[in-house]
Unconditional design. Structure first.
Length: 175
């Protein structure tokens, strides 16, 4: 989804036809108060997704840094007859790099969708701090001197580790 038409469709899917003025506990709540409460909860959920994304990146970065450190510290040229067996751990580390890449991609897509919903919720609030103000102040991610979205950087880290593993494998095979 992209552009104005998709944002319009998102708005249509976000809002119920008949707003309710009571909470599940029976207390009366104005539509404005309900929107504000849902906005607060939704932004908190988006923040939690960002935190989980950071934890996933930290886990994989630590794992791969450990693997590279162990190989660099203890790895020696493999004996002549056993080099082909190095393909097995290579496939394993490339597989986890692929999992890391797709996990980062999935979190990025999930966060993008969540913040589009935040923007639609902000249309019903008196101010739009994220959708209009902050994103505009950051140059909407297009001006690297103002802001470079983390997603543009983090997607390359698993690729770089995969290239490092392939280069190491080729070096071991040629040694």
């Amino acid at each position: 989804m992209d552009g104005r038409d998709s944002q319009s469709e998102l708005r249509d899917r976000l809002w119920n036809d008949a707003p309710h003025d009571t909470r599940p506990d029976g207390k009366v709540m104005t539509v404005e108060a309900a929107v504000l409460e849902q906005y607060r909860l939704y932004v908190e959920m988006a923040d939690r997704i960002s935190a989980r994304r950071g934890l996933a990146n930290s886990f994989f970065l630590t794992l791969n840094t450990g693997i590279v450190t162990v190989v660099a510290t203890f790895g020696e040229a493999a004996p002549e007859g056993t080099r082909s067996w190095l393909a097995i751990p290579l496939v394993a580390v490339l597989g986890q790099c692929a999992a890391w890449f797709y996990l980062v991609r999935s979190y990025r897509l999930l966060n993008s969708a969540k913040y589009r919903v935040v923007g639609a919720l902000e249309e019903r609030l008196p101010a739009s701090p994220f959708w209009r103000a902050e994103w505009w102040a950051l140059g909407e991610g297009a001006d690297r001197s103002r802001y470079w979205p983390l997603a543009h950087l983090e997607k390359w880290i698993p690729v770089l580790f995969a290239l490092l593993y392939v280069a190491g494998f080729v070096a071991m095979m040629l040694a």
